[in-house]
Design a protein around this ligand. Structure first.
Ligand SMILES: [Zn+2]
Length: 65
């Protein structure tokens, strides 16, 4: 259950993976940008791992939100 998050500091996107879930309640967990180290808190039922996204320039259409 990976998600794509955008860092609020450097505006780069990274993959967010929740690991070791299973708890019924969500608690604030650190979500650290793999590029600049900026940390945000986010509610999660497990630990949060962040992974840099592969550089996909030229492989995908520009993201449009
Ligand atoms: Zn960042």
């Amino acid at each position: 259950m990976a998600e794509i998050e955008t860092c609020t500091s450097c505006a780069r996107r990274f993959e967010l993976v929740e690991v070791g879930g299973g708890m019924t309640s969500k608690e604030p967990e650190e979500m650290k940008c793999p590029y600049c180290g900026h940390v945000r808190m986010r509610l999660a039922s497990g630990r949060l791992r962040t992974l840099p996204l592969p550089d996909h320039s030229g492989l995908q259409a520009p993201a449009s939100d």
